[in-house]
Design a protein around this ligand. Structure first.
Ligand SMILES: [Zn+2]
Length: 383
């Protein structure tokens, strides 16, 4: 492997070291220096500070080739916690994670949007009290929603009320970071996450950090057009994949088939109608399967463009849209990439399904909070 440039030791190095320890589970100082490209003295200093701060600890030792045992380092899980609230159309998913990314609490409650900041503050108190998490070990709260960056006022109000840092994040970006953490993806991998919900988004993690673009608007996969003269989209473009493959578009497609719509009784909210179609599709209903598979095909075309543009090596499908029928999307995507991805002869493009597709965004929000607290000044996620 080519030796990378030695990064300067700073808050970014501290975050880098913590990330590498987390993805390795346990690791020696020598291996840390090799994997981060930092010098041995820098590693010694950073490790000493992280142990003093209680972020990591020494955990036994491993035999080295030369016989001298090496002390192994690991994350101290119960030291700090991050809270993530994901706002859905009808409910809020609340998650608490520790420093390793492990989920220590989760609940989903109905969401009433009147006087939202006060309600979220009350929700935070209830949730953390229920888990008996000491307030001084809670590093902050992340609110995750499709259009989160526009919430400047609510953020200030909430942070003042709770007296902890509050950050807002877009659901696809948060989910990407959550998957990056919980899968222990190495920093070398170009990692992408496709978030399927009532809209479609993508999150991209390069070198361990979320890629944001010029105005925090990167990852708008839903508005990648797959047809010049296709369906018109509220964004102003035509043929946006969101108009063919989002949960909303899939429910519309199923409702347009009278026999299918009557058989499955597709009234009610988009989320519940979509789950009904997805359940039918994985239980042998051929018409429901065809509707989902067609949506998956449209999604595969757009995702392949993203993979080609960025030369991604690993992709995760997540979000409520893959909670039930994720295997149909994964199969379509793998087939399409294996046949058409530009880099298919150079490397494999791994497509995986999220283990917690309904929680990925809230877990990722909580991960952002913890990450930011480990390396103050180096707002992780902002490269
Ligand atoms: Zn659009």
């Amino acid at each position: 492997m080519a030796r990378r440039e030695t990064p300067a030791a700073g808050p970014g190095s501290r975050a880098l070291v913590v990330d590498v320890i987390r993805s390795a589970t346990t690791i020696s100082r020598v291996e840390l220096a090799e994997l981060t490209g930092l010098t041995q003295p820098s590693i010694s200093n950073i490790v000493r500070d992280l142990i003093a701060d209680g972020v990591i600890h020494e955990t036994g030792s491993a035999d080295s080739v030369r016989g001298k045992p090496r002390k192994l380092l690991a994350i101290q899980p119960a030291h700090r916690f991050g809270i993530g609230f994901q706002l859905g159309p009808e409910s809020v998913t609340c998650v608490a994670i520790d420093l390793t990314g492990g989920v220590v609490g989760r609940e989903v409650v109905p969401l009433d949007r009147t006087d939202l900041p006060a309600r979220l503050a009350a929700r935070f108190d209830d949730f953390t009290a229920g888990l008996d998490l000491p307030r001084d070990r809670i590093e902050g709260l992340a609110i995750v929603a499709p259009e989160a960056p526009e919430w400047a006022e609510e953020r200030a109000g909430l942070a003042g009320q709770l007296r902890i840092p509050v950050l807002f994040e877009n659901d696809a970006a948060a989910a990407a970071l959550g998957e990056f953490w919980s899968r222990r993806v190495s920093r070398e991998q170009s990692f992408g996450c496709v978030y399927l919900s009532t809209g479609i988004g993508a999150g991209l993690v390069f070198g361990g950090s979320l890629f944001r673009g010029a105005s925090f608007d990167a990852g708008e996969l839903g508005h990648v057009s797959i047809a010049y003269d296709g369906r018109s989209c509220p964004c102003g473009n035509a043929g946006c994949v969101e108009r063919y493959a989002s949960m909303t578009a899939t429910v519309d497609a199923a409702r347009a088939e009278p026999a299918l719509a009557a058989r499955l009784r597709l009234d009610g909210t988009v989320s519940s109608a979509y789950d009904t179609i997805a359940r039918a599709a994985v239980s042998g209903d051929a018409a429901a399967y065809a509707v989902i598979d067609r949506a998956a095909g449209h999604l595969a075309v757009a995702v392949t463009s993203m993979v080609n543009l960025l030369d991604l090596g690993r992709l995760v499908l997540t979000g409520p849209g893959v909670a039930v029928a994720g295997s149909i999307y994964a199969r379509r995507l793998r087939t399409h990439l294996a046949r058409t991805a530009h880099a298919r002869h150079r490397h494999e493009i791994v497509v995986e399904l999220s283990a917690r597709p309904r929680d990925a965004a809230s877990i990722g929000g909580a991960a952002l909070v913890v990450q930011a607290s480990i390396a103050p000044g180096h707002t992780l996620g902002v490269s």
